[in-house]
Design a protein around this ligand. Structure first.
Ligand code: HEM
Length: 439
C-alpha cells in the first residue's frame, strides 16, 4: 500500500475515533447542559460529531476505491499525482473545518456547518479525485463489473449533490425559505444515495474477492439491482423533505423506492452467504463478519423505516429520536460495518496473529451488543416523546422530557460500549497501517 493511501486510511480511522468520542460527549452535553454549556455546549459538539462521522464515511469509502482501483483498472503515474493531491487537499480542508468549529465559526447548513468558503477546496479536491478515478477508468477496455458502475455513479453523483447543497449561496435560492429548505434536504438525501453507491459497490467488490466468483458482479440480475440503486439515489430523497408541503404520492413513491435499495443489499449479501465455501469464509472471517453484521443492520433499519413510513405511526415519530435512531442505525450499523470490512481486507487482518484477531472479534461483538441497546434506547426515547406530545397533548418541553431522560441515559451508557469497541478497532487498525509495508 502506498504511503499516501496509508496516510488517508489512518486519517479516516482518526475521524471514526473522533466521531464516536464527540458523539459521547455530545450526549452528555444534551443530558447535562448546565455543566457543559460553560465550556463545550451541545450546539458546538453536534457539528464536530456529525462532520467527523460524515467525513469518516466519505473518506473511508474513497480510500477503499483508490486502493481497489489499482486492480480494477491499471494505474498510471499521472493518476497517482491526482490521488495524492486529492488526499492532501481533502485532509487539509477537514482540519481547517475542525479549526473553524473550535473557534465557533459556523455558517453552513445542516451537516455541513462550516463557513461556506471551505466548500471551495472540498469541491476542488473532489475534482482531483475524479481525475484520479476517471483517467484510468476511461483507459480500461472491456465490460466493467457492477461494482465499478456503482463506484463511478457514487463519485459522479457526489459532485452533483455537493453543488446542489451549496446552491443556497445563490441569493435566488434564499429568497424563499421553503425553496431553500426543500433543495437543502433533497441534496442531503441524495448525498446519502451517492455514498451508498460507493459503499455498496465496495461491499460487492469484497464479496467477489472473498468468494473468488467474479460472476457475482456480472449479469442481468445484478445490473437490474444496480439500476434500482440508481433510482434510489435519484428519488429516495423524497422522504427527507417530509416537513415540506408536497403531494402525498411523492412521499409514498419515494418511501417505497428507499426500501428497495436495502432489499438489493440484503439480496446481494444473502446470495453471497449461501454460496460461500467454508474454507474461503474461514480465510476471511473478520471481513466476512463485518459484512454479515451490515446485513443484520439492514434488516433492523428496514423494519424501523417500514414502521416510520406508516402515516399513523409517523405522526408520533416525526422529529423525535427515532429519526436519529434511523440515521445512526444506518451510518454505524450499515456504512461503518462495510467500511470496517473493507479496511480489514486491505490490511489483511485475517492473516494477523491469533491475539490480534481475538481482540477484533471481542470488540466486534461488544460493538454489536452496545449498538443494539444504543439503537433501541433511541427508539424508546422517540416513542415516549411522541406519545406524550401527540397523544397526551403536552406542550411543556420539561414535562414531555421527564420520562424520556432515562432512555437517553441508557443510550449514552450504551454509547460508551460503541466508543470503546470502535475506538479499539480503530487503534489496532491504525497500528497495522503504520506497520504496513509499501507496495
Ligand atoms: C461511527 C459512529 C457514529 C456515526 C457514523 C454517527 C452518526 C451520526 C449522525 C449522522 C447524526 C445526525 C443524526 C440526525 O440528524 O438525524 C448523529 C447524531 C448524534 N449522535 Fe452519532 N454517530 C456515531 C456514534 C455516536 C456515539 C457513539 C454517540 C454517543 C452516545 C453518538 C451520539 C450522537 C448524538 C448525541 C447526536 C445528536 C442527536 C440530536 O441532534 O438529537 N453518536 N450521529
Amino acid at each position: 500500500m502506498q504511503k499516501y493511501l496509508r496516510l488517508y486510511l489512518i486519517t479516516s480511522l482518526c475521524l471514526l475515533s473522533a466521531a464516536v468520542l464527540f458523539g459521547l460527549v455530545a450526549s452528555w452535553a444534551f443530558l447535562y447542559p448546565e455543566t457543559y454549556n460553560k465550556f463545550l455546549p451541545f450546539y458546538q459538539l453536534r457539528p464536530f460529531h456529525v462532520s467527523a462521522a460524515l467525513f469518516w464515511i466519505i473518506s473511508a469509502a474513497t480510500c477503499g476505491i483508490l486502493h481497489y482501483k489499482k486492480e480494477a483498472f491499471p494505474e498510471t503515474k499521472s493518476d497517482n499525482i491526482f490521488a495524492q493531491l486529492f488526499i492532501y487537499t481533502w485532509i487539509g480542508t477537514i482540519i481547517a473545518i475542525f479549526v473553524c468549529y473550535g473557534l465557533k465559526k459556523f455558517g453552513g447548513r445542516e451537516y455541513w456547518e462550516f463557513p461556506p468558503v471551505l466548500g471551495l477546496p472540498l469541491l476542488i479536491s473532489w475534482l482531483l479525485l475524479m481525475c484520479a478515478y476517471f483517467i484510468p477508468l476511461l483507459k480500461t477496455r472491456g465490460n466493467k463489473p457492477i461494482y465499478v458502475w456503482m463506484w463511478t455513479t457514487g463519485i459522479f453523483f457526489f459532485l452533483i449533490t455537493f453543488i446542489e447543497q451549496n446552491l443556497w449561496l445563490v441569493p435566488w435560492f434564499r429568497q424563499s425559505y421553503l425553496r431553500e429548505l426543500t433543495i437543502q434536504w433533497k441534496a442531503n438525501g441524495a448525498t446519502v444515495g451517492a455514498w451508498n453507491q460507493m459503499i455498496y459497490g465496495t461491499s460487492l467488490y469484497l464479496m467477489v474477492k472473498i468468494s473468488g466468483d467474479g460472476k457475482k458482479a456480472q449479469g442481468k440480475t445484478v445490473f437490474f439491482f444496480y439500476l434500482l440503486g440508481l433510482t434510489n439515489l435519484m428519488f429516495n430523497w423524497g422522504h427527507h423533505i417530509y416537513n415540506a408541503p408536497a403531494a402525498s404520492w411523492i412521499r409514498d413513491t419515494s418511501y417505497i423506492i428507499s426500501m428497495t435499495e436495502w432489499v438489493f443489499l440484503i439480496r446481494m449479501i444473502q446470495g453471497f452467504r449461501k454460496t460461500l465455501e467454508e474454507g474461503r469464509k474461514l480465510k476471511h472471517l473478520i471481513t466476512y463478519r463485518f459484512i454479515i453484521a451490515s446485513e443484520f443492520w439492514v434488516f433492523a433499519n428496514l423494519l424501523l423505516t417500514l414502521a416510520m413510513s406508516v402515516p399513523a405511526i409517523n405522526r408520533y415519530t416525526h422529529g423525535t429520536h427515532i429519526t436519529v435512531a434511523h440515521s445512526m442505525g444506518a451510518t454505524i450499523g450499515i456504512n461503518t460495518m462495510i467500511l470496517l470490512a473493507s479496511f480489514s481486507y486491505i490490511l489483511g487482518i485475517d492473516q494477523k496473529s491469533e491475539q490480534l484477531r481475538k481482540t477484533i472479534r471481542f470488540n466486534f461483538w461488544l460493538c454489536q451488543f452496545s449498538l443494539f441497546i444504543f439503537w433501541i434506547a433511541l427508539i424508546a426515547a422517540g416513542v415516549i416523546k411522541g406519545y406524550r406530545s401527540v397523544v397526551l397533548n403536552m406542550t411543556s418541553f420539561q414535562e414531555i422530557m421527564l420520562p424520556v431522560m432515562p432512555a437517553l441515559k441508557t443510550f449514552s451508557v450504551a454509547g460508551i460500549g460503541v466508543v470503546i469497541s470502535l475506538g479499539i478497532i480503530s487503534v489496532v487498525y491504525i497500528i497495522q497501517a503504520i506497520r504496513c509495508k509499501e507496495a
